[in-house]
Design a protein around this ligand. Sequence first.
Ligand code: 26M
Length: 818
Amino acid sequence: SIGENASEIGRSKADIKKDFLHKLFYHLGRVPALTTDNDLYTALALTVRDRALRQFVRSTEQFAEKDARGVAYFSAEFLPGPHLGNNLLNLEIMEETRQALAELDLDLDHILEQEVEPGLGNGGLGRLASCYMNSMATLGIPAIGYGIRYEFGIFKQEIREGWQSEATDKWLHYGNPWEVMRPEISYEVKFGGRTEAGTSKEGKYFVEWHPESVIKGTAYDTPILGYQSNGIIMRLWKAEAVESFDFSIYNMGDYYRAVEKKLRSENITKVLYPNDENLSGKELRLKQQYFFVSCSLQDMIHLHLLQGRRLNEFHEKFSVQLNDTHPSIAVAELMRLLLDEHDMEWDDAWHITSHTFAYTNHTLLPEALEKWSISLLGRILPRHLELIYEINSRFLEELREKGLNGEQIARMSLIDDHGEQAVRMAHLATVGSYKVNGVSALHSRLLKTQVLNDFAKLWPEKFTNVTNGVAHRRFLALSNPRLASLITEKIGDQWLTDLTSFRELEKYAGDPAFQQQWRKVKLENKKELCKLLAERAGVEVDPAMLFDVQVKRIHEYKRQHLKVLHIIDLYLRIKDGKGEDIAASAFIFAGKAAPGYFMAKLIIRLITAVADLINNDEEVNRKLKVVFLPNFNVKQAQRVYPAADLSEQISMAGKEASGTGNMKFALNGALTIGTLDGANVEIMEEVGEENFFLFGQTTEEVQETKRKGYRPYEFYEENSNIRRVLDFLVSGALGEGDPELFRPLFNNLVQQDQYQLLKDFRSYCEKKEEVFKLWANESEWDRRSILNVARMGKFSSDRSIRDYCENIWNVEPVRLRD
Ligand code: 26M
């Protein structure tokens, strides 16, 4: 087989060195004496890509041989992070490569630094998709990830005069050595126009769609490796014009018009939309969603038929996981392909469709639930709108037959009739899927009892939970090599494929010698982060301080400003000469705000203002430092988690669907201060309440507070601490002396406080006192840190993927031969 023929690709130091020099010379036209850093990076990446592609080819052959059932993961976002280091780890050639380069007087770490990561996602949802790719590959799941090859990923964040400013992310500027373009794998996607119904000679009803425009999607494949052997691909679609215009038949005027058309077509995959932005009415966003879904389904059908199978058994061979509602137009598109392009009858097509898809919900925030107006849908996808109406009318008829009342039926309809008529994409996804899951136990429960309650009552067996997990190989083995080695020395390395074996660390938690080694690792990691903080934020931090870290997208529900209010409280205490019990702390923040989200941007401005005040005040800056690290991404994340002492997971209960940063921190030995929200609940359950700093209201208490009529103003009036801190916001002491700068935040907190910061403030401050106290007891802190890590086994994405396989996909791992 082809896979066997490629076996001359070696893994020894000598093989790697030879291939690296070969790439440098023949691919890039360089000799070692005359190279740029990017040449070195590209040559090494190509050397490693060969090996990654070989794994992919071999895995694919074995999947095909076994005729195994497979998974297509549909996601509008992927955040793979830097590939090079991860691939070296998964191929187990890190040391060989390091030595091969050293013989050429080159430093692997310096080369790793050069990689520009693909920022093709916003945050948690996109990163989760990439963690799952690694775990599916590791477990031998026949899988493919389908998505969009955005030319510009998530914007690059810069801080200018304390404010966020956005720059375009030109991640393809130096080329992308990891992808393979597949010009022969391309599909046409139609947009706009009108439909026409007719009856064939045989008397069969049919619909023809006469589109206004047609765009071509071309596949770009990136191999994603699992640990030790398997490789799968992430297939991303790029939009292009259909006609390859022919010089000779155009005069000059038409030539330029043709070029213009080409440019317009390419617009579809130009740029990733930031979330937290009001996307309703964003025509291009709808086009992106439909574009990638249509290409992917056509590709799957093509593959299926190519293997000599019948379309009737499509759902027996594939499960399609919808990563949120972004790809949910797939339900209508598969119906269209089966009905209009493959002549199937409605009932057969619906059977296949509704047994193919499974839907993961990632948020309960009402403003984040996708809706597309009927007018926009009708204009861009006229055939799909008809199909959605038909799906809806059959569904509502079923409800009527079951005896549901008009109010229930209106609530469940795929069409929202309040204001401008719109399609509720979560309802379409739920009706069109055989399984629906939330991403943590709490979130799945709230999904069933609140947002999708009517559906859960109708189809209780459809609803399930899969708690998120993280790629522990990337977020521990790769990014925290010191801790990884220390652990491996103690318990061996089987944790790389079985994180639950970390349990064996428990017996060393109280061992003073081990604690000391543990502490030393953390200190070294903190020293390294200090370099980054000095370089990128211009702040000198003492590595002995308590590193108290909150890194995640900036959003009011995540309550970064709760942490800021507490910092101000500490500052005022120190100024009053009452700061003895405060542990010397570095408060570190990072995260992007959606460009149009004013409050989130103001929170960043508040952090930088507090940082300026505190870091420059000789009276407090030996005790407190505040840092905002710009442009948080996967690369930076890998340097932050290993250096954290305290992880801030302080969202208002009921709002964070899961969180995954919480897991990455705990895995690296940080203790958590957090609410009972998302996966925090399960983390606390695993590590033990006594090893977790819990504060704040529960989801039920939050809802009760709201029901009773929450009046944040009373906290301002009655709690002198809160009043002092809030008044400070508008005192002119912050942000160049303009007392009005933070007025919108002040007003918001005192008048609405939608996320009940003030209600949880006292509880948070009290918990921080406990944190400070424990920090003074080094060995007890270390003991708890070790126990946290020892009990993280559940939160590997390997476990999540096994759950998906068993509860949703009904897919068996394929035992792969080496
Ligand atoms: C959109 C418009 C206006 C305001 C907010 C939004 C919006 C908010 C969240 C849109 C999408 C959102 O969710 C996407 C997302 O990334 N969700 C995250 O998914 C992770 C993986 O499951 C979870 O760990 C996070 O808790 C969840 O927020």
